[in-house]
Design a protein around this ligand. Structure first.
Ligand SMILES: [Zn+2]
Length: 55
């Protein structure tokens, strides 16, 4: 599974899972990502510390 914010891989047993009111499930690799998305409402594109993923 992948972090819904920074798109990095999350290993089993790690990270956080959040279920929204509308039934969407969001995964976070860290509380840092959770904070940024939930509290700050940031768009991942605008966050400098996220490295662009290579395909
Ligand atoms: Zn993340």
């Amino acid at each position: 599974m992948k972090c819904s914010f920074c798109k990095s891989k999350i290993e089993n047993g790690r990270g956080k899972i959040l279920v929204k009111n509308d039934g969407k499930i969001i995964y976070f690799c860290s509380s840092k990502c959770e904070k940024n998305m939930i509290k700050l409402g940031r768009n991942p594109r605008n966050v400098k510390w996220i490295k662009k993923q290579k395909k």
